[in-house]
Ligand binder design. Structure first.
Ligand SMILES: NC(=O)c1ccc[n+]([C@@H]2O[C@H](COP(=O)([O-])OP(=O)(O)OC[C@H]3O[C@@H](n4cnc5c(N)ncnc54)[C@H](O)[C@@H]3O)[C@@H](O)[C@H]2O)c1
Length: 359
């Protein structure tokens, strides 16, 4: 069976992840492309589409006409919920880019729409499919770290403010580095801890470097006038079972301690971090140990390549969940909790109060 896929939003992440990965998955055909900037949809069709693939500038028209099985939503954050819900209601399975939505309310509506329609919904947290993440997840799930009672979610850039698209626009994105890259680090941390029950959150956001003119930046200086989101944000989450998580996120920060899409975990039996490769630490026979996990399998080249590109594993795992009617690895209910915690950090910063998340 070949699944008919439509891509909505043919910009950076569609070209950098979704379309090249889907092009390597046998069981799919990309038959429809939509972007409000038509040339982008045309270029995507030419590079990745079937011969008779269609181009749209209006996603509703695409959903009404194209008889799709699957839709990938790769638009800015404010369009994630309305487009995902419309696609679910048009009888499509949906992969929506991260963050799930701008607000928890929108994310909740997405979960409800998936339940109501019986279609699958997943979120593009491809960092779960990295080799180190998959290995560490197995280690955590079999209990080798014991009870994980403290986690750190790292999303720290020194000067890498995304200057393309609408990343700096509060209205379109709902926030800056916290919702953009903090979301990946928090997702990884919660997934490793297998703990989705936050109790209360405190946090603070900053705009201390956003006004800098001619700033040193990985993608060239940003325009301070357009920079309406935070430049860094920090949060502390207390879970129902007493475990705690510290989340650090920035696009621009005066620090040398740069790490992104990483987690550090402290458990009763052992700890783990991703700060210098993947390391496990603990105590054995009254001495401390540190184990460096070798992520390359020495000396063997598999005939079809190592096949460990997280984007490709993400796409294959998603398509296989649809074909075999299994749950996707990234469950929408999990991404909803990430969204709730991020929103609580923003709220706590505004009110200078802890925010309680009542289940
Ligand atoms: N998974 C990751 O690591 C990762 C990395 C980068 C971006 N993203 C996410 O992907 C999303 C898009 O980011 P990007 O970097 O590709 O941005 P982008 O600006 O490069 O691309 C977004 C595209 O969506 C189009 N678009 C906007 N509104 C639309 C609508 N209503 N209908 C159809 N097309 C529309 C724009 O014209 C643009 O071409 C964001 O939510 C971002 O958080 C995820």
């Amino acid at each position: 069976m070949v699944l008919k896929i439509g891509v909505i939003g043919c910009g950076g992440i569609a070209n950098g992840k979704h379309m090249p990965a889907l092009a390597q998955v046998e069981e799919v055909a990309m038959v429809a492309f939509c972007d409000i900037i038509e040339e982008r949809a045309v270029a995507a069709k030419e590079k990745y589409g079937t011969e008779d693939a269609k181009v749209y500038t209006d996603y509703q028209q695409m959903l009404a006409e194209s008889q799709l099985d699957v839709v990938h939503v790769c638009t800015p954050n404010n369009a994630h919920a309305p487009i995902s819900i419309a696609a679910l209601e048009a009888d499509c399975h949906v992969m929506c880019e991260k963050p799930m939505a701008k607000t928890p309310e929108e994310a909740r509506q997405m979960v409800v729409a998936a339940k109501r329609t019986g279609k699958k919904l997943t979120i593009g947290y491809q960092n779960r499919f990295r080799k180190d993440s998959l290995y560490l997840h197995e280690v955590c799930q079999e209990g080798a770290l014991g009870d994980i009672y403290f986690g750190k979610a790292h999303a720290i850039r020194r000067r890498a403010v995304p200057t393309w698209g609408v990343f700096l626009d509060e209205e379109a994105q709902g926030g800056g580095p916290l919702i953009d890259i903090g979301t990946h680090a928090l997702d990884l941390t919660l997934w490793m801890m297998n703990n989705y029950q936050p109790k209360f959150v405190v946090g603070k956001t900053y705009r201390e470097l956003a006004e800098t003119k001619n700033a040193a930046n990985a993608w060239g200086p940003w325009d301070p006038e357009k920079f309406t989101v935070e430049d860094s944000a920090f949060g502390f989450v207390t879970m129902e079972n007493g475990a705690t998580i510290f989340l650090e996120s920035s696009w621009a920060l005066n620090t040398l301690d740069v790490k992104e899409a990483k987690t550090s975990l402290c458990g009763t039996k052992a700890g783990a971090d991703m700060n210098d490769g993947l390391r496990i630490n603990g105590e054995d026979h009254s001495l401390l140990y540190e184990k460096q996990v070798e992520l390359e399998t020495g000396g063997v080249d598999f005939y079809d390549g190592a096949g460990d590109d997280p984007s490709l594993i993400e796409a294959k795992s998603w398509i296989s969940a649809i074909l075999n009617d299994t749950e996707p690895v990234v469950k929408p209910e999990e991404a909803l909790v990430v969204t709730e915690i991020l929103a609580a950090i923003y709220e706590s910063s505004k009110t200078n109060q802890p925010v309680y998340l009542n289940k």
